[in-house]
Design a protein around this ligand. Structure first.
Ligand code: PMP
Length: 316
């Protein structure tokens, strides 16, 4: 996606997207004191603009900031910045059915530090770019269960959207893509026996009437889509469990899918663990396809939002 255009929120106001100065001594550059968020604005058929649960992103950013010892914007300030960026980039919001305007809020330590403790200076920036579907392949993802590199350590930062969680696992993504996989599924660091999540999506398994997802034990990101899917699956009459999920349970499932702002709800067609491939139910008739449709209909304003999940942006 091309991001270097349009308007951004920088230093408390809307400005044309541009590079900014940062001290070589800043805590983000030296120690990785930074967080990001991701959310989408959709244009509806009747030309309204809606956001999906932006308050949840604001709250998650605050939890991350507490963990990384950073001051943070209030949820009101956060949502207001998002709305300003969306309005300033209104013409870039794709037409209904053609994608969304992706918003990327950043919160990072900009204060100079070479010593041991950060100073409370921070930068809150939001930039935007139009996006289509994240996983282009509609036929389901083929995942590699990563057997060597772990994503998150107990009591580390896996539970927050720290920028430092992502680059250490690129090495696995690059290798997996080279081998023809779509994404990687990570195992827990403590035992290497239980599934946690993908590079940027949560995972669910379905067996009979039971939908299971790894519990939030501090090493998994509390996905906003995950939270919605737990609620929707239970509305659909499924029993939803949040618990430790051993790899064997996943391999034994009938259906597997992942959730995220980018992925929405996407079927996993297969997983490969230690060179052994297992395939799952995929496509039409899956719970994932029903959840996908339900969520997209709410997110794009095609059905009435009885959940109170959408926030309409006042365009006047
Ligand atoms: N896990 C990780 C590691 C992520 O980066 C994301 C994307 N934010 C998710 C899960 C899904 O979260 P959400 O549904 O809030 O996008």
């Amino acid at each position: 996606a091309k991001c270097s255009f349009g308007e951004s929120f920088q230093e408390g106001k809307i400005v044309p997207y541009a590079d900014f100065e940062i001290s070589p001594c800043s805590s983000v550059l030296n120690y990785g004191q930074g967080l990001y968020e991701g959310l989408k604005a959709y244009r509806t058929e009747d030309d309204r603009i809606i956001l999906f649960r932006p308050d949840q992103n604001g709250l998650r950013l605050q939890a991350g900031a507490d963990r990384l010892c950073m001051p943070y914007p209030s949820v009101e300030q956060f949502v207001s910045a998002i709305k300003q960026v969306v309005l300033a980039n209104k013409k870039w919001i794709p037409p209904p059915g053609k994608g969304a305007l992706y918003l990327r809020p950043l919160l990072f330590g900009s204060g100079p530090i070479l010593g041991s403790l950060p100073v409370p200076e921070f930068n809150f920036t939001v930039f935007a770019c139009p996006v289509g579907r994240y996983h282009k392949d509609n036929s389901g993802l083929n995942l590699k269960i990563e057997d060597k590199v772990r994503r998150a350590f107990s009591s580390g930062t896996g539970g927050v959207k720290s920028i430092t969680n992502y680059s250490p696992v690129w090495i696995t993504m690059i290798e997996a893509k080279k081998q023809g996989f779509s994404d990687v599924l990570f195992l827990d660091a403590a035992t290497g026996k239980n599934v946690e999540e993908l590079f940027a999506a949560n995972v669910f398994i379905v067996k009979g009437n039971v939908v299971t997802t790894p519990e939030l034990s501090g090493t998994i990101l509390a996905g906003i889509t995950r939270k919605c899917v737990i609620e929707l699956a239970s509305d659909f009459g499924y029993k939803v469990e949040e618990r430790v999920v051993p790899v064997e349970d996943l391999i034994d499932a009938e259906e597997v899918f992942c959730t995220g702002t980018a992925a929405i709800v996407t079927n996993i067609a297969s997983v490969t663990f230690k060179d052994k491939k297992t395939e799952f139910k995929n496509g039409e008739g899956t719970l994932a396809s029903k959840l996908f449709k339900t969520l997209v209909d709410i997110q794009t304003g095609r059905v009435e939002d009885t959940k109170g999940w959408t926030v309409e942006i006042d365009q006047c």
